[in-house]
Design a protein around this ligand. Structure first.
Ligand code: S3P
Length: 181
């Protein structure tokens, strides 16, 4: 399993879908699955039940998805806030952090009304806060990171595929640091 983490707007769903297509494995978008389960949008649910109830359901869905035999999971940007999600993602999947600058995300999400956390008077300041708060958690959870600044989606997918292939080769060759010779 491969999972993608990063702030809202970093491209987790778009990159995840293409990555899964290239690898010919299933694609799971955790936010879409949560919405199917809730029978309403995440924004509506946030308003009605609050963020903590959403986080409980998100944790259940991540627990289930990370136990699938194969696939690519795109997670919601706040999934790393809970330790149990960080553990499940890190231990059960290869985690890729799509690292984006808050200014870049702001340009992409300026007109987006579907992200409840960004419906505030100063969304750029909010994105900067979220980045400060979460960047260390994304780094801690990820096996590797890619910067989303310049490359196209296709290039990002190639970079991730190369990294995964290198990981696979390193694993099958054994880790030289563990060798006793
Ligand atoms: C959230 C990000 C959203 C969604 C929810 C909470 C967050 O997903 O899970 O609105 O806390 O950053 P995206 O990262 O796909 O926007």
């Amino acid at each position: 399993m491969i999972s993608l983490i990063g702030l809202p707007g970093s491209g987790k769903s778009t990159v995840g879908r293409q990555l899964a297509r290239r690898l010919q494995i299933p694609f799971y978008d955790s936010d879409r699955l949560i919405e199917e389960r809730l029978g309403c949008s995440i924004s509506e649910f946030f308003e009605r039940e609050g963020e903590q109830r959403f986080r409980d359901i998100e944790a259940q869905v991540i627990d289930e998805l990370t136990q699938q035999p194969q696939g690519v999971i795109s997670t919601g940007g706040g999934a790393v806030m809970r330790g149990e999600n960080r553990d499940h993602l890190h231990q059960r999947t290869r985690v890729v952090y799509l690292n984006s600058a808050p200014d870049e995300l702001f340009r992409r999400l300026r007109h987006d009304k579907n992200r409840p956390l960004l419906q505030v008077p100063d969304p750029l300041a909010r994105l900067r806060d979220l980045h400060c708060q979460r960047h260390p958690l994304y780094l801690e959870t990820a096996h590797f990171s890619v910067d989303t600044g310049r490359p196209s989606v296709g290039k990002l997918v190639n970079m991730i595929l190369m990294q995964i292939e290198c990981d696979g080769q390193a694993a099958s060759a054994g880790n030289p640091l563990n060798s006793s010779t």
